[in-house]
Design a protein around this ligand. Structure first.
Ligand code: MIC
Ligand code: SF4
Length: 646
């Protein structure tokens, strides 16, 4: 195959059936993942799906992490954790209990292996690309199929090189790098792309810096990001007593790329992603003085030791002027910060040290006040995600956040700090006792699953009717996020009870009459449609954004374009994803319009949406024709059950 880049090498090494060649970009490729990852918010539904697959034990190195739903107000979250713990023991997984850390942080620290592959039920599973691992997010059902040893189909990506030169200055962090990559790439139109980082600039980026960058490739909508596995990777693994896991991964000399983006790290400046979304990335220097009410420093993106130690150096001997919270990425990291004296600095600075969990990143506590402005180091700032709909959350690096917390308004850390930030180096804490290791088979077989009263089995979904007839229940604009479809925050507890989650939360921010109207149409025998602009389903991997609308009777989405993970989730729950052949036809279908579609000839490609019994609008199937048997059967699990009994 000639000279290969690192992405091609790792895809080839993890492709099912050991092919000698890769397909052309856009063609399908099956990956057999070595590792799988569940977190607690998507994990219960994924685990319920796995149960339906009738396996005795997982076929991957499977890690389950409790990190999202750690507020535990009432019994529901605790019950979910207990279910996941018993599930983990029964099926042979590693279990990381509440407080041990964020899934991507602990996975990087203790499980990620260069050259291997991981699929996780969280969109930021891409984080492990920083370790030279093939790492992707997917819906929970797809992760469960992989965990049961089945290959996962992707579209062979086009590999874009991001060539780094120069070196970051002390107050410019990996977060600033990825914000600038996002500025270059945009947050849409990158489906079917993977980013490969190369160049001299890599030398100065540690594994956790690389993970920050790979983590937020998700915000660009790329399939995954890959860094080489080099001397830096080796040293990281050796420090974590996992030197034996290291293997090299690098592009062959002269390897080709679809295109190259050049970034000179020396030229980057502290950057801010202004609310909302990640659309306006501007130099912090152009926005200084912006008043802030709160600062959150945490999330899987950059709550790592090096970044938080820098925060400690900024805060040393000072006191914050606004409500400030820090959530370390893992307990191991919190202990390392403590050993270096940084925890004491945080407390002395008046910071609220939060649990080692997702925390305010997903509105699990620390919501800003009404109309509040928050600086956050998280990777997303969708409307309402913080738990306060009227709040504005701007995304910055931990050093910018800390320097601004001291002033009570946005400052450029280069002006505020001046000199170089030198952090205290102490050895990392490695403590595998923090996990419950997989039980031996005989012991695992005796474990009984524990279901709390809020844990409801996944619904049985009926097949796709030959003719869809119903109405447009909601018409939305472009870039509909999964947070808009199926919000998290205070509704997160309902993840194990899809019926209730659908009734209470689906599209609540867009239209609080939606679920009642959808249920009325469904119960009258009609089929619900949603019409939207481009980028439908961007953001999270949460499959409830497919499952809950389906429960409410939605049978088809007609959008100008979709995000990868969400489109697969729609198929997994038997929802048709359609696109307008002529994107301008979006203007010709209004909310409330009566629609019908002959769904019997979907393979033909000649699809017509009949609007109000008159106009015919040509539409196309956004999913693959090979997904149709599954969609026709009502989704992945119904299809699987049918195949088992055939
Ligand atoms: C997120 O950051 O949006 C989440 C919450 O981690 C989601 C997963 C979820 O909805 O549970 C994600 O990124 O996939
Ligand atoms: Fe958790 Fe936030 Fe990371 Fe999602 S992005 S996994 S909510 S820390």
């Amino acid at each position: 195959m000639g000279n290969l880049n690192a992405a091609q090498k790792i895809l080839l090494a993890n492709a099912a059936g050991n092919p000698s060649e890769l397909p052309e970009p856009g063609q399908s490729l099956e990956i057999l993942f070595s590792h799988t990852l569940y977190q607690d918010a998507t994990g219960t539904a994924a685990a319920l799906a796995f149960e339906k697959m009738g396996m005795d034990r997982v076929k991957t190195t499977a890690v389950i992490v409790v990190d999202h739903k750690t507020l535990q107000v009432g019994f529901i979250d605790g019950d979910d954790h207990r279910y996941l713990e018993t599930f983990s023991k029964k099926y042979g997984c590693w279990f990381s209990p509440s407080g041990n850390g964020i899934c991507h942080s602990v996975f990087l620290e203790d499980f990620a292996v260069p050259g291997k592959s991981v699929i996780g039920s969280d969109s930021h599973t891409t984080n492990a690309g920083g370790m030279g691992m093939l790492a992707m997010g997917a819906g929970g059902t797809d992760v469960s199929f992989s965990m049961a040893g089945n290959p996962y189909k992707i579209s062979m990506p086009e590999v874009v090189e991001v060539r780094l030169s120069g070196a970051l200055s002390s107050c410019v962090l990996a977060k600033d790098v990825i914000l600038n990559v996002l500025k270059e790439m945009g947050i849409k139109g990158n489906k079917g792309v993977c980013l490969e980082y190369t160049g001299e600039g890599l030398k100065g980026l540690g594994v956790t810096d690389r993970a920050t960058i790979a983590n937020m490739g998700t915000e660009a909508g790329v399939t995954f990001s890959i860094f080489p596995s080099d001397a830096v990777t080796k040293a990281y693994l050796e420090d974590r007593k996992r030197g034996g896991d290291w293997q090299a991964l690098e592009a062959d000399g002269g390897a080709a790329y679809a295109r190259t983006i050049e970034i000179n790290l020396s030229e980057l400046v502290p950057t801010i992603a202004l609310y909302p979304r990640l659309k306006s990335m501007e130099p912090v220097a152009d926005n200084t003085g912006l008043t802030i009410d709160a600062v959150f420093i945490g999330s899987c993106t950059n709550a790592n030791y090096d970044n938080l130690a820098k925060v400690g150096e900024v805060l040393r001997g000072h006191r914050v002027k606004v409500d400030t919270a820090i959530a370390p990425g893992s307990q191991a990291m919190a202990r390392q910060l403590s050993a270096a004296g940084y925890m004491e600095i945080f407390y002395a600075a008046g910071v609220r040290v939060m649990e080692n969990a997702c925390s305010a990143c997903i509105g699990q506590g620390f919501s800003p006040p009404t109309n509040g402005v928050m600086l956050s180091t998280a990777n997303r700032n969708f409307a309402g995600r913080s738990g306060t709909e009227s709040a504005k959350v701007h995304l910055v690096s931990p050093v910018t956040a800390a320097a601004s917390a001291l002033e009570g308004h946005l400052v450029d850390p280069r002006d505020a700090i001046g000199g170089k930030l030198t952090i205290k180096e102490v050895p990392p804490v490695v403590d595998m006792n923090a996990y419950i290791a997989p039980l031996p088979e005989a012991e695992a077989a005796k474990v009984k699953l524990s279901y709390g009263p809020n844990i409801k089995p996944l619904p049985d979904l009926d097949g796709l009717p030959g003719k869809l007839e119903g109405e447009v229940l909601l018409k939305l604009g472009p870039e509909v996020t999964t947070d808009l479809i199926q919000p998290a925050g205070k509704y997160l507890s309902l993840r194990s009870n899809a019926d209730e989650y659908a009734k209470q939360a689906t599209f609540i921010q867009a239209d609080d009459t939606f679920s009642a109207r959808a249920i009325a149409l469904r119960d009258a025998g009609g089929h619900g449609f949603i019409v939207a602009g481009d980028g439908y389903g961007m953001g999270s991997s949460r499959e409830h954004a497919g499952l809950c609308p389906r429960i409410l009777g939605i049978r088809a989405i007609v959008a100008q374009g979709y995000e990868r993970i969400h489109l697969a989730n729609l198929a997994n729950f038997g929802i048709l994803g359609l696109t307008f052949k002529n994107p301008a036809d979006y203007d010709h279908v209004e909310q409330g319009a009566k629609l019908s579609l002959d769904a019997s000839g979907l393979e033909s490609g000649d699809l017509k949406l009949v609007v109000n019994g008159g106009d015919e609008i040509p539409v196309e199937l956004a999913q693959g024709v090979e997904d149709l048997p599954m969609i026709r059967d009502g989704g992945a699990l119904s299809h699987f059950a049918k195949l088992q009994t055939a």
